[in-house]
Design a protein around this ligand. Structure first.
Ligand SMILES: [Zn+2]
Length: 113
């Protein structure tokens, strides 16, 4: 790799890393192309990085949604179990008693109407 190049227009010597001749401003193609390709590569890397970040956050929010769903379902199941179990806490005899009481009230109610 050459450190210095001669300007194709004015013949002045300048570092090969320069995009333009510092004396006449003529573009030095290899350096200009290299910078252009470098920028392209930067953009591509940046895009890939964004894509990876987006994928990560999508997975993260999906996992969070699933976790919330599981917790909600678990709570509903527990509430359902509790609702089903609570009447069983009393004795069956008492349940029958309550039922008879309800039936009596019901029939009394219909007789009154
Ligand atoms: Zn020049």
């Amino acid at each position: 790799m050459k450190e210095y190049v001669n300007c194709s227009s004015c013949g002045a010597q300048f570092p090969a890393s320069k995009i333009r001749c510092p004396y006449c401003g003529t573009a030095y193609e290899p350096a200009a192309e290299e910078e252009y390709m470098g920028k392209l590569e930067d953009i591509r890397t940046e895009l890939d990085q964004h894509k990876t970040d987006a994928d990560k956050s999508t997975v993260k929010s999906l996992v969070r949604a699933i976790l919330i769903f599981v917790v909600v379902v678990a709570i509903l199941l527990l509430l359902g179990l509790a609702a089903n179990m609570l009447p069983n806490l009393g004795s069956r005899a008492r349940q029958r008693e309550n039922k008879e009481e309800f039936m009596q009230k019901y029939s009394v109610g219909t007789e009154e109407n």
